[in-house]
Design a protein around this ligand. Structure first.
Ligand SMILES: C[S@@+](CC[C@H](N)C(=O)[O-])C[C@H]1O[C@@H](n2cnc3c(N)ncnc32)[C@H](O)[C@@H]1O
Length: 291
């Protein structure tokens, strides 16, 4: 039974090369996998606080390369089911390989958009979570409505989300003002993320019909990074659509300016995290918000 459901889910993989907007290569996905300890540890805390029980049905949205989902599969045991979806085909490939190499039968992955959970019936899940992924969704209302629909009454949603990142914020200011001076239209640049404040998160959860159980800002996680890593990261995200010559010019400017925020060749990285845990509450409210 378990294998049947997870296999059916994997068959619904929505990957379509012609529609792939993530433009993520295997190398990008692999690099994330190797650099995601911080996200993983933050996720372990979220999972502990969600109180996931043995035998539960769980959905991981924005599962990435699947490390956390693998941990959850161990917690819920053979009677439980864990599904992971992510819009990045390359990350899902890594996740599938990870699960296959350990011969785990209660865990399945497929490519897909978290705002469309139509492959799941209403009220299927005990728990749905998004670890370090909520701020990547531009349609957060729709996402929460879908999550609400697939949760059982009393089921729980948990997410951790980035509030604002340092030095990304500073590098973005430096980069955008440099491009403005060069008369490059910055309004067309890709939005790095859709971070929300605590109040905005509360409103979104409320509108979707959730009862908020916990919503707080966790002490920031501080780290040190080389300026090259931080600059490569922002060039790949916010400035990905610039021409290669514009990118090179911008890279030089960022290298020059980042010297001002460097300490002993490294820059401080601060990642504030928002953690939210909510319960599926009154369904009539969610329907009103969605109508
Ligand atoms: C920072 S990564 C977190 C990955 C994983 N949850 C972890 O803890 O390591 C954010 C993930 O969200 C995924 N994502 C962003 N928008 C998405 C969407 N609309 N639907 C599905 N996945 C999405 C990205 O592809 C990426 O893998």
């Amino acid at each position: 039974m378990t294998n049947f459901i997870t296999e059916k889910f994997e068959e619904t993989d929505e990957y379509d090369k012609t529609k792939d907007l993530t433009s993520e290569t295997f190398e990008d996905a692999d690099a994330y996998d190797k650099r995601s300890d911080q996200q993983y540890h933050c996720g372990l805390q979220l999972i502990r606080e969600l109180g996931i029980k043995h035998g539960s049905t769980v959905l991981d949205i924005g599962a990435g390369p699947g490390r956390l989902a693998l941990h959850v599969a161990g917690l819920i045991g053979k009677e439980g089911l864990c599904f992971g979806i992510d819009r990045s085909h390359e990350r899902i490939k890594i996740a599938k390989r990870r699960a296959e190499s350990r011969q785990i039968s209660n865990l399945a992955f497929a490519t897909g958009n978290g705002t469309n959970l139509s492959r799941f019936i209403d009220g299927f899940f005990d728990t749905v979570y998004l670890n370090s992924a909520f701020h990547w969704f531009n349609e957060q209302n729709r996402l929460l409505q879908e999550v609400h629909r697939v949760l059982k009454p009393g089921g729980r949603l948990g997410f951790t989300s980035q509030i604002s990142n340092y030095p990304e914020r500073d590098l973005r200011e430096i980069g955008d003002s440099f491009l403005k001076k060069k008369r490059v239209d910055t309004s067309a640049l890709s939005q790095s993320s859709y971070s929300v404040t605590i109040d905005e998160a509360r409103e979104l959860l409320d509108q979707a019909g959730f009862r908020v159980l916990r919503l707080e800002l966790r002490p920031s996680i501080e780290d040190l990074e080389t300026p090259e890593d931080a600059i490569n990261d922002i060039l790949k995200k916010r400035y990905k659509n610039l021409s290669s010559s514009q990118k090179e010019e911008l890279r030089n400017e960022l290298i020059k300016e980042s010297k001002k925020i460097e300490i002993d060749g490294k820059i401080k990285v601060v990642r504030d995290k928002l953690i939210a845990i909510a319960e599926k509450g009154d369904t009539s409210k969610a329907i009103a918000a969605g109508s």
